[in-house]
Design a binder for this molecule. Structure first.
Ligand code: LLP
Length: 386
């Protein structure tokens, strides 16, 4: 059960839907990831895109993680939250001039550059400001992440990174650029990766391209292998967290590097997914000709993943133990048939007013909420306030 009896009583009086964050689980997850990374001398930048809720970010910052940002506003948010500029990276295929200039002024650690044209723009803008920008070149390694095709990013057909066929030109542009300094190589092949062999294949590619640059006389200080570590959506509980030891071990074993070369990661989902749940009330129960529906007050506007990727999230009744069950299609109030959290979900018989928890919603949940249908702004509750 997600909540104690006491907490259940308190929640009954709260306005729903809301995101619930288990701050204890977040802290344990962060401690586990940080310890496993520190042990191997690895640096972890937290990918803000997964969740930039204020208290979640405060805790992540307080544990000594860096920040991986994909917009000017994320860079600004990290700075406002106290992340040191030298621990902030800025990635993304479409950085605007305004965003690049702001990040240059903040003297962030590095831009993860995704095209030759972008490299030229950063060089020019850095020149105008009289600074040198540190950059990592994002290479598209053509490694299949074996995950949902919408969250696969490292294949030839994906828009991300510089294709390996263009590296020769990229290297010569970098050599001539006066206002950029290449400090590293960057890779990110996808998200929700649960097959650890995928990361082994990534290491092989990283080694290959690092050697390629070194053979051409370019020193590489930083190997940034991105994020992507998956979580267990089937079995959320208060102890659920990824096996960070096993994950970092792969890179420790298979990445070739000297003692001076730093290894950087950009973890998002793995750090925050399990600590968040979307709590919602049953508005109506309805028996159709073929289906039993539970109509919730939360919809795809609060948690988009099921509608967008047919993503599975475990759905639980907050108060009733599962003994005898009815299969429900659990749907939201939005005027779209894709506004469905799960089909034929076995749940205890439920009534109007019952509370339902949609689990493992801490990553890419609140941040992807929209105001479609002019919905209310998203609410959230932290475990230490219950
Ligand atoms: N680095 C880069 C360059 C990325 O594009 C991403 C995620 C990350 C790091 C963090 O990846 P993570 O450790 O969280 O897997 N909205 C989708 C996920 C999109 C991921 C986008 N990039 C979802 O709900 O599954």
């Amino acid at each position: 059960m997600l909540f104690t009896k006491d907490q259940q009583e308190k929640i009954k009086n709260l306005e729903t839907p809301f995101y619930y964050y288990d701050m204890g689980l977040l802290e344990r997850t962060l401690n586990s990831a940080k310890a496993a990374a520190d042990k191997r001398g690895f640096h972890v930048h937290y990918a803000l895109k997964a969740n930039f809720n204020d208290r979640v970010l405060d805790m992540i910052q307080s544990k000594g993680f860096g920040a991986d940002c994909v917009s000017g506003n994320e860079v600004q948010k990290s700075i406002d939250k106290g992340f040191a500029p030298e621990m902030i990276t800025f990635a993304g295929v479409g950085k605007s001039d305004k965003e690049i200039i702001a990040a240059l002024k903040h003297q962030i650690f590095a831009f993860n550059v995704e095209s030759i044209q972008e490299m030229e723009v950063i060089n020019e803008l850095a020149g105008q400001l009289g600074v040198v920008a540190q950059v990592s070149l994002r290479i598209n390694p053509n490694v299949d992440a074996h995950t949902h095709h919408y969250i696969t990013t490292g294949l030839d057909e994906n828009k991300f990174g510089v294709p390996t066929s263009e590296l020769e030109i990229a290297a010569s542009v970098i050599r001539q650029a006066q206002h950029v300094e290449l400090i590293g190589l960057h890779f990110h092949i996808g998200s929700q990766i649960t097959d650890m062999n995928v990361f082994k294949s990534l290491c092989v590619k990283v080694n290959e391209w690092k050697n390629w640059f070194e053979e051409r006389g370019t020193a590489i200080k930083v190997l940034n292998v991105g994020g992507g570590l998956g979580v267990d959506y089937q079995h959320p509980d208060e102890n659920s967290m990824p096996d960070f030891e096993a994950y970092f071990d792969i890179f420790d074993k298979f990445l070739e590097r000297t003692a001076q070369q730093e290894v950087h990661f950009e973890l998002g989902r793995a750090l925050v997914a399990q600590c968040g749940s979307l709590i919602s009330k049953v508005l109506y129960t309805k028996s159709g000709i073929k289906k039993n529906f539970l109509i919730l007050d939360a919809g795809m506007t609060e948690l988009m993943r099921p509608a967008l990727y047919q993503a599975y999230h475990k759905i639980e009744h907050v108060a009733k133990e599962v003994t005898t069950t009815i299969n429900y299609d659990v749907v939201g109030p939005i005027c779209e048939s894709s506004d469905c959290f799960g089909k034929e979900v076995p749940l205890p018989e439920s009534q109007r007013g019952d509370l339902i928890a949609i689990r493992t919603a801490g990553a890419y949940g609140e941040v992807m909420a929209s105001s479609y249908n002019l919905r209310d702004e998203i609410r959230y509750v932290y475990s230490d306030k219950l």
